[in-house]
Design a protein around this ligand. Structure first.
Ligand SMILES: [Zn+2]
Length: 377
């Protein structure tokens, strides 16, 4: 990629894009090995790419306590969720190798400290519940008992799920700059995009230069639509209904935490590092079950000083096609009764698709429905 000045874009969180990529050390074989979970590998990869700037490694106690308690790093910079590495025991060495579950070594961690942590307190503050039926809380409770902290140097990046869509923050920034975009809105999704979300992205795009469609491709719950199917849905939608020079599709390698409000802030901070000046926050962002109020993921942004995040959240209502308006709309822009609105429950949509029936064009684009029908077959 040619070198393009990216200084017209929003600055990374904390001011500088962190780069924790480095060389494989010669003494690698002599280092103790710590095995990472899938989520920790996702976090490691995002530390390597700068997506978690300004973090340079897994969090130490001071940052961790401050984040859990007050949604800030010890420096005072806003930060919504812990990025920690759980282990059974403190390391006996001042450096350890980090490996994935297959045993492949990915990085070296310079051990700063190991510390114990209160899982229930982390659950209550970060997930707003201590219920182990919550998938994020369940994962937290299943974790090992100590956090191991320190800077990482990553010499082997995990294989991306979609190499063609794998762009690091420096690369999305270069792509934005190359297209002359200054103001870019990021859209987080872990579902196929139907008309409602197409509408949100286009309303947002009307006010800025470009749109980053940034589907999460890390670990999700088993019942979410598989990532390869989703990517096919995004491709046919963008090909058919978005101008090519205004949209970039790239994969967000994070694992879902399902932390609702706090995850909305965390997602926004990551997208700022990718170069987005704006971020779409819908209703129930990153939620699961009934753990969060409909607007909690929007209201939490008020806990920070205005513009402190720099990236601007764009809040959206639930939207739908209104037959009386003859257009996509929401409660903010349409005065009509529910009878006029094209609404299908998630269950109804799945039933239709499983039966090979195409849902109404007002609900989802035919091309997207066809991909999903094929996948359900
Ligand atoms: Zn209407």
């Amino acid at each position: 990629m040619s070198v393009v000045a990216t200084d017209t874009l929003i600055a990374p969180h904390g001011g500088t894009l962190v780069d924790r990529a480095g060389d494989r050390p010669r003494d690698l074989d002599s280092l103790p090995v710590v095995t990472l979970t899938g989520r920790e590998v996702s976090d490691l990869d995002m530390l390597a790419s700068g997506a978690l700037s300004p973090l340079e490694g897994f969090m130490g106690r001071e940052d961790y306590e401050s984040v859990v308690e007050s949604m800030r790093l010890a420096s005072g910079l806003p930060w919504a969720l812990p990025v920690c590495l759980a282990v059974d025991e403190a390391a006996a060495s001042d450096r350890v190798a980090l490996a994935d579950e297959s045993g492949r070594k990915l990085a070296v961690l310079e051990v700063a400290e190991a510390y114990d942590y209160d899982k229930e307190r982390e659950a209550e503050n970060c997930f707003r519940t201590t219920d182990d039926a919550h998938p994020g809380v369940a994962r937290l409770y299943a974790q090992k008992p100590l956090y191991l902290a320190g800077r990482v140097t990553v010499f082997e990046r995990p294989e991306p799920s979609f190499p063609a869509l794998a762009l690091d923050p420096a690369e999305t920034r270069a792509a934005f700059a190359e297209r002359g975009w200054k103001r870019v809105v990021g859209f987080q999704t872990r579902n196929p995009i139907h008309r409602a979300h197409e509408y949100l992205t286009k309303v947002a795009l009307e006010t800025v230069d470009g749109l980053l469609v940034h589907p999460l491709v890390g670990d999700t719950k088993g019942d979410d639509v598989p990532v390869d199917v989703r990517v096919d849905c995004y491709r046919v939608l963008l090909d058919g209904y978005y101008p090519e020079d205004r949209v970039l599709l790239s994969a967000f390698p994070a694992a879902m935490r399902y932390a609702g409000p706090r995850e909305a802030i965390w997602h926004a901070i990551c997208r700022k590092n990718y170069g987005c000046s704006h971020f779409i926050v819908g209703r129930d962002h990153a939620g699961v079950g009934d753990y969060y109020g409909t607007y909690d993921a929007q209201l939490i942004f008020d806990d920070l000083e205005p513009h402190e995040l720099d990236i601007e959240p764009m809040f959206f209502e639930h939207s739908y096609f209104c037959n009386a308006c003859g257009t996509m709309a929401s409660a903010k822009t349409c005065p009509h009764d529910k009878d006029e609105h094209v609404f299908l429950s998630g269950t109804k949509v799945r039933e239709l698709l499983a039966a090979g029936d195409v849902p109404p064009e007002e609900f989802t684009r035919r091309e997207v429905a066809e991909v999903l029908i094929e996948a359900y077959r």
